[in-house]
Unconditional design. Sequence first.
Length: 158
Amino acid sequence: MLRYFFIVIYVGFISVCCTRNENQPNSNELKPKKEDTLIVNKENKLKWDNPFLNPTGSDLARMIRAYYLVGDIDKLYPFLLLPPSMDKNKLIDLLQEANWGYELKVTNVKWSNDSIFQLSVKTQKQKTTGLEFYHGKIVNDTAKLFVFQNVECPFVDK
């Protein structure tokens, strides 16, 4: 009797394995996710020339301020448009004398032209909230800020 029981179990197991549908994917195979099959619309494509959001995940003003605070001028330099009379050493001197806000937050971007923009930056200096306007331009798909000879804030025109 035990022998018949094992034969029935064995035949049942073999029949289940042989009747598996070949079109059915293996459970070990990776199934494509819905996100992988989505078609990306060209208007919704990410643009790193947006001064509100950079590859660092922050706005342009905060990114420049952060690079300045850690002293990494080499990473800061590609995001600035300097006047012809200013070199890297003059820029460092100007930034060291500058008195720009401790907390910077871009609140708005106003586009003037195809590639020229104005950032509205909310600042906080000694517990006083203020608003400054930084001017910038898109150059080769990179958002850059204009640097002025202003000792208070080098990104604000006098």
